[in-house]
Every structure is written in C-alpha cells, then in structure tokens.
Design a protein around this ligand. Structure first.
Ligand code: NAG
Ligand code: NAG
Length: 458
C-alpha cells in the first residue's frame, strides 16, 4: 500500500530537489506545482484505508481496465469444498481459500495461530511490506464454528487481472477445530458487505466499485467427484469467472431472478417456489417464507425441519439418522430424483448428488444430501434469515451467476463440456448407481462425520 505519509514526504523531498531558490519554506508547497492523478489517488487510498474502506488499484493510464477472468477452482474431498487461490501481501503470499457466496469476510490463518491446521499456508505479516493492522479485532461465526483474529489491510489479488490495494481481511489467530481441513487457509466471502463481521468491503465489491469487472457479476461452474471411487482429495473444481460468464460452460439462456429479502443485500437470496421428489410435488413453505441462500461454501442443502421431514417422507424406507446433525438415511438402491423450483422453473438435482454413500459396511443404507438445518428450532421467518441453505449438492447441477446490479441470481443449464444439467456426468452413465456401492464404507463413514461437521459456511 502506498501510504499517505510516504506520498507527502516524497513530494516535499522532490520539491526541495527541484527548487531553484532556497527561499521556499519546506512546510509550504510551491503553489505552481500541480499534482498528478496518481497523487490524488494515493491520498484517496490513504483516506479510505484510515476509515476501513478498501482501496483499489486505480484505473489510471489504462494500466487497469475492466476485465473478465476465469479462475481455476479446486474440488476438495469429493465435493466438500470448492477452493480458489488468492495472494496477500508484498511480496505475495498464496493461500487456498473456500470460495463462499454464503458469507462476506475474507480471512486466512495467521502464522501465530496455534489452533490452525499446520497443513495450510499461514499469513506471515512481518514478511509483507504493505500490511497495515487497523487495530481492530473480531470474531466471525459460521454454522460450523468461529474464527477470531485481528483486522488488517493489504494488497490482495486473484487470477492475473484483479488486485485490490488495501483489502480488509482477518488474520485468524484462533480457530474452532474442524473449521478448516487440509490445505485450506481460510474463506473468501462473496456475499454483500452488510453481513461482513470485519465491516470491510468484500473483495469482489471492491473490484466492482473500482470498475475492474467487465460486467457486475461473477459465475461458477463446480465439478462433481463425490460419486467417483477413484477421486483424490484434490481434484479440478471447475471455473470461477470474475467479471462475467464463460459461454463454453452453459447452454441456452441464463435465467436471472431478482433477489429476495430486504432492500439492502446481505446473502445471495432467492425465494424457493417448490420442491418435487420422485416426480411428485412436496407441500413445503414457499416464496418469502422460504428464503434460500445460494451458497457455494456449503456442501449440502439444509432446510427447515418440517419441510425436510416431508421431503424424506416421500422417499420410501428413509429415516432420520440417529446421532447426526439432522441427516437422513435411505436405501442405497433408491434413486432420489429431486428438483428445486426457483422463479417458476424446476431444476433437477442428480441422484448422485442426493446420495452421500453408505453409512455402514453392509452398504444398504446411504446418507442423503438434504438435512434439517434448524434441528427443531425454526429460524424466525421474515427476519431476513435464510430458511434454506442451498449448497454444492444443488449448484453442481447448474451454471450459477451472481449479479450485483440489479441484485439477482442466474441459473443456466450446464453445457455438455461442463457435464450437462439434470444428469450426472462421468462414470455414472456407464456403470450406473453401483459405483456408489463400490465406495469403501469406511471412507463414506468418515465422509459423513466430516460433512456433518463442515456442512455450512453461512
Ligand atoms: C472458459 O472455460 C473453459 C473450460 O474450463 C476454459 O478452458 C476457458 O479458459 C474459460 N475461458 C475463460 C475466458 O476463462
Ligand atoms: C428417477 O428418474 C429417472 C429418470 O427420469 C427414472 O428412470 C426413475 O424411475 C426415477 N426414479 C424414481 C424412484 O422415481
């Protein structure tokens, strides 16, 4: 970050060098000296930094222009988390972070964090020449745990095109166990500033405000490996496109739906308009009584107790799993065909995504991907809180677009290249649902408890 005191002292020094006479008092600027745009940009940047606004790479001299870029996504642990790489600091330190449309803070593990996983990269603030501690500290609460730390600002970049000079982020010094696994260092929140615990402007909104995005939107194609017994811990996760969409990844039109909820956007919210299971409509609450957070940071789909119970009641042989976090089980041989209706159109979820695999070595009982979000205590309806959290289980089946202006969410069918919508790509087509049964029961059991602890990042 180009700080304000540095800008001024350089200016004074250059005046001293340029001056033909020595009569000019050092404390007074030469009246004839004009400041160029870079100077005012640095002043503005310093002021924004002071008041915790993000500062942006100024679009001067055509060095930065509005652009669109496809950022590779990593699929971790068979569709559990979708990650992207960000760089923080000068010189840049790289981190893998959960790309999370269900929250609005950016945070990464700090090198001083003893409770953060040692397998993940941690931010070394003494190694960045541009980091600035704001003096603030906060705790961010997620469905799956809390993270606490200090609030900082530094240069944050993503892909080859996008840089925010003074991005607010939390350097996490304390982490509830289980919140991060593997090589994940933190979370990049992609929802709106209104729900940011750090109060900082989210990275994507800083890019938008600076005119760096060719279109006021970003989009996701995320891959499916949960049904692949050969899948490694880390697989290709798809494409996160910042500043536009990628036409090779969807077919037909993108159907944009106005956001639901209050006039100040918070989560990416849509009203759920209906649910079908095995081709039959299920009588769930709909519309503004069924606000759904469209959430790339959540593995599964969570909904209100009563509605989730009705959905599973439509699947013969299903039951609520004991000792679980609101999960249900059903006979592995049953294909669960489910659709969610947004904006009048029903979007199919692949039966492979509905089945998390067997829960015991017999391999006859499988866990389902829709769980009871409130476990009996219903979130108050109409408070702006989402009733549903719609995660990767659904989002693997569509191309999803998050548009800031006007606030709206778009869905389109996946192109054949992206696996297609309404069907499961890859092995399932050849070998059928039996691939699921081939999964090691131990692995599936592990996945179940793992998913239960990690299922939401709202
Ligand atoms: C669009 O997605 C395809 C398929 O992943 C990728 O090869 C291509 O680079 C992407 N295009 C852009 C502009 O990101
Ligand atoms: C699920 O849908 C497929 C394809 O439409 C169909 O063949 C199958 O019978 C359906 N299964 C159930 C249990 O409804």
């Amino acid at each position: 970050m180009f700080s304000l005191p540095l800008a001024i002292s350089l200016l004074v020094l250059s005046e001293l060098v340029d001056a033909e006479t020595i009569h000019i008092p050092l404390t007074r600027r030469a009246p004839t000296r004009a400041h160029d745009l870079d100077y005012y940009n640095s002043v503005a940047a310093g002021l924004r930094g002071k008041y915790n606004y993000g500062t942006v790479e100024p679009g001067v001299s055509g060095r930065r222009r509005a652009t669109v870029d496809g950022i590779p996504v990593i699929n971790q642990d068979g569709d559990t988390s979708y990650l992207g790489t960000i760089n923080i600091g000068t010189p840049p330190q790289a981190f893998e972070v959960v790309l999370d449309t269900g929250s609005s803070d950016l945070w990464v593990a700090d090198s001083s964090c003893a409770s953060c996983p040692s397998t993940a990269a941690a931010f070394i603030s003494s190694s960045s020449s541009t980091v600035r501690a704001t003096g603030g500290a906060t705790t961010i609460s997620y469905g799956s745990g809390n993270v606490a730390g200090t609030i900082n600002q530094d240069v944050v970049s993503m892909g080859s095109n996008f840089t925010v000079r003074s991005q607010t982020f939390l350097a996490a010094t304390r982490l509830q166990s289980g919140l991060l696994t593997g090589e994940v260092s933190g979370i990049l929140g992609l929802a709106f500033q209104a729900i940011a615990s750090t109060r900082g402007t989210p990275f994507w909104q800083n890019l938008l405000n600076a005119g760096q995005l060719a279109a006021p939107e970003f989009a996701f194609w995320i891959t499916r490996f949960g049904n692949d017994p050969e899948a490694k811990d880390i697989e290709d996760g798809g494409v996160f496109t910042l500043g536009g969409t990628n036409a090779t990844l969807f077919s037909g039109e993108i159907e944009f739906l106005d956001m639901a909820g209050s006039s100040t956007p918070s989560y990416w919210l849509l009203p759920l308009q209906g649910v079908t299971v095995q081709g039959q409509s299920v009588s769930v609450a709909t519309g503004n009584n069924a606000l759904s957070a469209i959430d790339t940071g959540t593995t599964l789909i969570g909904g209100p107790s009563a509605d989730v119970a009705k959905i599973w009641a439509s699947v013969p042989g299903s039951s609520r799993a004991s000792n679980s976090q609101g999960l249900y089980t059903f006979p592995c041989k049953t294909q669960v065909n489910m659709t969610l209706n947004f904006g009048g159109r029903s979007w199919a979820i692949s039966p492979d995504d509905m089945n998390l695999g067997p829960i015991n070595s017999a391999g006859v009982t499988c866990a389902g991907a829709i769980f009871d979000l409130n476990m009996g205590s219903n979130i108050p309806v109409g408070s702006g809180n989402p009733s549903w959290v719609v995660g990767a289980t659904f989002l693997k089946n569509v191309y999803s677009v998050y548009r800031a202006d006007p606030p709206s969410i778009g869905f389109a069918e996946l192109s054949t290249a992206a696996g297609g919508s309404g069907t499961a790509p890859g092995t399932r087509a050849e070998s059928g649902a039996s691939t699921l049964h081939a999964q090691s029961a131990t692995l599936a059991l592990f996945a179940l408890s793992f998913i239960a602890s990690l299922y939401m990042f709202v």
